[in-house]
Write a protein that binds this ligand. Sequence first.
Ligand code: GLN
Length: 507
Amino acid sequence: MNDLHNLGVAELAALLQKKAVSAVELATRLLARLGGNPHQAFLSLDSEVTLAQARAADARIASGERSPLLGVPIAHKDIFVTQDFPTTAGSRMLEGYRSPFNATVVQRLGDAGMVTLGKLSCDEFAMGSANENVAVPAAKPQAVTNPWDIRRVPGGSSGGSAAAVAARLTPAATGTDTGGSIRQPAAFCGITGIKPTYGRASRYGMVAFASSLDQAGPMARSAEDCALLLSALCGPDPDRDSTSLDVPAEDFSLGLDRSLQGLRIGVPQEWWGNGMPCDWFPDMPVRRSEGLDASVQTAIEAALREYVRLGARLVPISLPRTELAIPVYYIIAPAEASSNLSRFDGVKFGHRAQHYADLADMYRKTRSEGFGEEVQRRIMIGTYVLSHGYYDAYYLQAQKIRRMIADDFQQAFEVCDLIAGPVAPTVAWTLGEHNDDPVANYLADIFTLPASLAGLPGMSLPVGFGAGGLPVGLQLIGPHLQEARLLNAAHRFQQATDWHLRRPPEV
Ligand code: GLN
């Protein structure tokens, strides 16, 4: 079995249960592939910890325990706090930090018997769309590269997670999605990822960026694998996260095979850059707006045609406030971030400036040294929009429009069961391409932000290749708590196609 690294979660679990391979063997094989840190995907490794966890999993298997994730390796985005590995959130502010406890998501996957390979690179405090904002190790921070083309970004902020799964360094990873950070890197790297409904997964121990938006979710190679992971990581956590929903954990693997006959897929007119194919909706006026890359559009169109072959029906819908999602998100997320990040003051934990004159100077220097440019930009914006005199004009206004965006979805779901469209307007861009233009990154979030603002579940699955031979992801968005419907739709697609099995060169 030389290609263990090419197997997914479900396949590995089956081998482990049959004792065809041990957790220790598997972990050892994967660790051996991490030498030299391919794609700079990992921020920390500790083979002793990994192997100890693998031995514990083997002991549970030997004692006859049957659990679908027992002994399967995983790696965690470095935004989840972990007892056994350092946690940086990609920031100098937390370099060297060790948490005294595990994030609930990490704990649950660990309890299910998953073996942690290490921690994965991410944009600093999950702010970014390219994994270029990573600021650690402070001595030499390195952007993560896209396994399909190392001159390209892997997407962000869960770029390390996406690159590691795509490069077959780990069968699965955790990610977090505040405005698209699971879906967009999954799309850029040709893997499958799902952001559940806001509140499905506990945020306890996830370093906070924007608390009303942050959500954890799995990134893997197939919908089937994502379903296994999601079933384990979701569930109420009332004592630790008051926003976690009081909805019992579900087994998302159960309904994967349901037929798609009659499924109504909503296609938002506003998302269709160069006009929707007129044979779909002959009566609809063709809308033209710039932005959606033609090669991405072609791949999305082909995917929708596949869904029609599978029995689904396409329904035109309208999400008229899509464009407003960008200004609304880039007010609300920084506002919440400015408040969340106030805890990094050099006193309780994390970085502290070495030389300072007085307390105010200590705060100033600590935060200037510890936070990178994008984080400081957002703290400034957030503080501004929350300040007296601007609160009503910006923050309050943004909250009102957020509500309207959520209402638009609710209306759309009266005529469709799920919504499909692109994840991002383009394929992965070139490293450094947006360096002097943070707004270019913000604009690329146009298709992922609306579902985030509405707290809806969303996923990305690979549906083809666009410009430069780079992967394209299809986004599926469902009504609240309808993750099972998304996973079912994605799984049926993956049974009929093989895009999710394609591997980057040299893997
Ligand atoms: N790209 C978005 C941002 O920079 C989303 C990030 C995220 O989902 N964590 O804020």
